[in-house]
Ligand binder design. Structure first.
Ligand SMILES: [Zn+2]
Length: 342
């Protein structure tokens, strides 16, 4: 599958985790006193890290992206890299971060991301980019409320670039109940909700609470179908609502939440005809690309080119941009079909 000939949409990409090795090199060159080695921030082919170690890597990445100009540069590089991989529609997500050492505020952080998106558009990159503001569950309710307020401001002022809110961060930290109020507030304000759910086992109670918000998409949902028989209602609820799942094969394998490719929960949901969208999660940290994720899934679950094409087409239904954008993307897909499947 030639990635340049296979345009796709990426709906689950964390900005900091998506930074490529090449961009990391540029950042590290600017901050030699931090003495950070490459292997501390990417997991090469064949290697694994547990989830805790992955979050350790993010803390290091945050140290080298501490100024608005760093955020601008990484946003532009990440967008160009996705475009080069054939991605035509991208939803980036990131937690607004303040850095005392550099004077960067959360607002400046979001503005730098939006500036990066704007500049790529002006430079003529053939990719439509939107932004989801992330709530980091390890930072508590007060920070979440502040983030939601910021997201609401940008929802109103960016004319469709800021489209939603994401709940993410270390799943071991905090509890979903602490975020119900701010998430509900975001939903009422018109922000779409993409929530990381059931990333680790035995979180049925939290998952039930969060599903009560009727999220627009679910991140991972790795252990939804593996829950105890008493929690089978969770799978039923997700199926009834047809809530799309964002699935990230390489991320789950390298983060060691799924033991093997063949055991990935794509194999549970896809045969049910449930909407799933393939995504990278953190293409930099996990050393992957979206085209590679499609290839892996196609190989592992023996999907035909026609099925992969249909999977991409269905993913358009689950983007957070307007129906006008969906129609445009669908047209693009249909026009490209003969070239892609020949
Ligand atoms: Zn994620």
């Amino acid at each position: 599958m030639d990635p340049l000939l296979f345009p796709i949409q990426e709906l689950h990409a964390h900005l900091n985790g998506s930074i490529s090795a090449a961009t990391m090199k540029k950042l590290m060159a600017q901050k030699p006193d931090l003495r950070i080695q490459n292997e501390m921030i990417t997991i090469d082919k064949g290697k694994k890290r547990n989830l805790e170690e992955c979050f350790q890597m993010f803390r290091i990445i945050h140290q080298i992206t501490s100024r608005p100009e760093d955020i601008l540069m990484v946003t532009k590089d990440v967008i160009r890299e996705f475009a080069t991989d054939g991605v035509k529609y991208l939803e980036l997500r990131s937690t607004p971060r303040e850095e005392e050492s550099t004077g960067m505020t959360k607002r400046m952080y979001v503005e730098a991301v939006l500036e990066g998106i704007k500049q790529c558009k002006e430079e003529g990159w053939d990719i439509d980019v939107r932004f989801l503001v992330s709530v980091d569950r390890s930072r508590g309710t007060a920070a979440a409320k502040e983030t939601v307020k910021l997201a609401e401001d940008f929802l109103l002022s960016t004319d469709g670039v800021v489209v939603g809110l994401d709940l993410s961060g270390n799943p071991q930290a905090g509890h979903g109940r602490d975020f119900l109020e701010p998430l509900l507030e975001a939903k009422k304000a018109g922000l779409k909700l993409a929530l990381h759910l059931s990333e680790i086992p035995k979180r049925e109670d939290e998952t039930r609470l969060l599903l009560g918000l009727s999220p627009d998409r679910i991140g991972h949902g790795t252990f939804l179908h593996a829950s105890e028989s008493a929690a089978r209602d969770l799978v039923e609820l997700v199926r009834q609502n047809r809530t799309p799942l964002e699935l990230c094969l390489t991320s789950n394998l390298k983060g060691e939440t799924v033991p093997s490719r063949a055991q990935h929960h794509f194999g549970f949901w896809y045969p049910l005809g449930h909407p799933v969208v393939l995504c990278t999660d953190d293409k930099g940290v996990f050393a992957t690309e979206l085209s590679q994720e499609y290839q892996l899934v196609a190989e592992t679950f023996r999907l035909s080119d026609e099925q992969v094409w249909a999977l991409c087409l269905d993913a358009i239904n689950h983007i957070f941009a307007s129906s006008h954008t969906k129609t445009k993307l669908r047209e693009q897909w249909r026009m490209l079909k003969p070239t892609l499947l020949e």
